[in-house]
Design a protein around this ligand. Structure first.
Ligand code: S3P
Length: 179
């Protein structure tokens, strides 16, 4: 890892349904950090749902909002931020997050992801005739971006608590001397 990086935050990246929200909330609680979520920030700033933004303005408009939010995050400290599943596909977003955060990628199999998201309706990209095929397709396309994280954690076999514990440990290790 580059030695000039400031590690004052944690950014969770990864596909929908990999556990970013549950793990992120627990890690924030344990470190006494603030918890933020890029989708929630976008919804709060626009007063609109993610589904509505996708439907009315299209995905590129949503991605522009995401990038703007990421730029704003650089001013934060002691924060755990869970990011939308498509956010790291924009290299500017990953580069910006890496200037101030330990970037952690949560990883799951397409089967586990489907199990977790199948009863939720708030994700426009899964409003598809074959959502399972869509998950596999997007996961394959995004794999190389998720793998650019500093730390990769598989959430299939471990509980939220275990993953959070490992992340807290890793963050303390990496951040000591880099704050
Ligand atoms: C998206 C993931 C969603 C949300 C939007 C697009 C994606 O966030 O940003 O629906 O492109 O994978 P979660 O990963 O929190 O579900």
């Amino acid at each position: 890892m580059q030695s000039d990086r400031r590690l004052v935050n944690i950014a969770l990246i990864g596909f929908m349904g990999t556990g970013k929200t549950s793990v992120g909330r627990l890690v924030a609680e344990q470190l006494r950090f603030e918890y933020l979520d890029t989708d929630e920030l976008i919804q709060a700033q626009t007063g609109r749902s993610i589904n509505d933004i996708f439907k009315t303005d299209g995905e590129p408009a949503f991605r522009a909002l995401e990038q703007q939010i990421v730029e704003e995050l650089a001013g934060h400290t002691n924060t755990v931020v869970a990011t939308g599943g498509g956010l790291p596909v924009n290299p500017k977003n990953l580069a910006s997050l890496k200037t101030h955060a330990l970037v952690v990628s949560l990883w799951s199999s397409p089967e586990k992801i489907w199990e977790r998201v199948r009863h939720q309706g708030h994700r426009p990209l899964l409003h598809d005739a074959d959502p399972q095929a869509k998950i596999r397709e997007l996961l394959a396309a995004r794999g190389p971006f998720y793998k650019q994280a500093d730390v990769l954690l598989n959430t299939d076999l471990r509980s939220v608590r275990e993953v959070a514990q490992q992340l807290v440990h890793q963050f303390r290790l990496e951040a000591s001397g880099r704050r």
